[in-house]
Design a protein around this ligand. Structure first.
Ligand code: DAH
Length: 343
């Protein structure tokens, strides 16, 4: 009986080794493992067969089966390591990196013209020692109007048709509320600019948009004069529009400055000779400015008998259109990639 079993074991080992020799991929191994080593496999069947042996014969037979199992397992391990080495080699061969190939060029974005203009303007003022201040897009009515000397019911509120959230909260109609915030929170003297988004009820066309950008400027110190304002704006205009740019002040009215002016610069299209862009004026309106109204200073806790200040506010789109020769405001907001890629 034991001899018979021995022969059977030898046969199983032979079959296993033949089956393994034919294996080309690791995925084929499992079926063979089940066939020979599995719980319902050939070797287990031989073990079961031991039940028909006499009790004396069993230990020797058990040993034989275990030795055979050990050898078969050894065969499996060998084949597995050969297959693993082969797989690694194939991977190394297939994943080689040809460093002479041209790389994939990442798509690089460009700065939006509004950002370019904002940066160009900010650069000039940072160079003169200004700091950048910020305020929220959603503003208190108190800061947007009230403390800038534009009380409820005042006609100046109508020209800035506003998006109200409720009675007290509004999408800021200009960056001027940052003046108030700066005076309430900063130490004097103050020298800030604030670039930011502003909102007014308007249809989008070539020159209007319900969302637009402004830069506010504010200087508060002892002895600040209109001369300082004019000198500052002249430097700004020359730096942004070129050395030969002139500025021109026209008297105007703003609630929060006194006196106030609208400030024009030499027409960038015709250099002052007169053309369609400047309506044959030679100048183009660019910003509003003035000496901070003493009432505003007081409301913001600054003593107007000691301090004075100037402020200005300009539309960034205007600057972007002229500086980058863009024909319509719409182009700035349409997000047409062909336009933006020209930057
Ligand atoms: N806030 C004004 C507007 O949006 C512009 C302006 C005018 C700002 C005069 C100022 C200023 O700081 O002094 O029309």
């Amino acid at each position: 009986m034991v001899t018979q079993m021995k022969e059977r074991l030898e046969q199983i080992e032979k079959e296993a080794s033949e089956a393994l020799a034919a294996v080309v991929a690791a995925k084929d191994l499992e079926a063979i493992r089940l066939r020979f080593l599995g719980r319902k496999g050939e070797l287990t069947a031989v073990l079961r067969g031991m039940l028909s042996l006499s009790p004396e014969e069993r230990p020797a037979a058990g040993l034989l089966v275990n030795e055979a199992r050990g050898r078969v397992e050894g065969l499996f391990a060998k084949v597995e390591s050969v297959l693993a080495a082969k797989a690694l080699e194939e991977r190394i061969a297939s994943e080689t990196l040809d460093i002479t190939l041209p790389g994939l060029r990442p798509a690089i974005g460009r700065r939006h013209p509004i950002t370019l203009a904002t940066d160009a303007i900010s650069e000039v003022f940072l160079g003169m020692g200004y700091e950048i201040a910020e305020g929220p897009d959603i503003e208190l009515d108190r800061f947007n109007f009230e403390m800038l000397n534009i009380p409820k019911g005042h006609p100046a509120r109508d020209v800035q048709d506003s998006f109200f959230i409720d009675d007290n909260i509004v999408l800021r109609t200009h960056t001027s509320p940052v003046q108030v915030r700066a005076m309430l929170t900063r130490e004097l003297p103050i020298r800030i600019i604030c670039p930011g988004r502003t909102f007014r009820i308007d249809e989008l066309d070539a020159t209007h948009s319900p969302v637009f950008y402004q830069i506010e400027g504010l200087v508060v110190d002892v002895g600040v004069t209109m001369g300082d304002l004019i000198g500052t704006l002249k430097i700004f205009a020359e730096s942004v529009f070129g050395k030969d740019t002139q500025i021109r002040l026209r008297p105007h009215h703003f609630q929060f400055t006194e006196p106030s002016a609208e400030v024009d610069v030499t027409c960038w299209e015709c250099g002052g000779k007169g053309c369609r862009v400047c309506k044959f004026e030679g100048f183009v309106e660019l910003l509003g400015a003035g000496m901070v109204n003493p009432k505003v200073l007081s409301m913001c806790g600054v003593d107007p008998d000691v301090y004075s200040g100037f402020a200005f506010g300009l539309g960034i789109e205007r600057v972007a259109l002229c500086k980058y020769n863009i024909s319509s405001l719409r182009l700035l907001y349409e997000n047409d990639i062909r336009f933006l890629q020209q930057g």
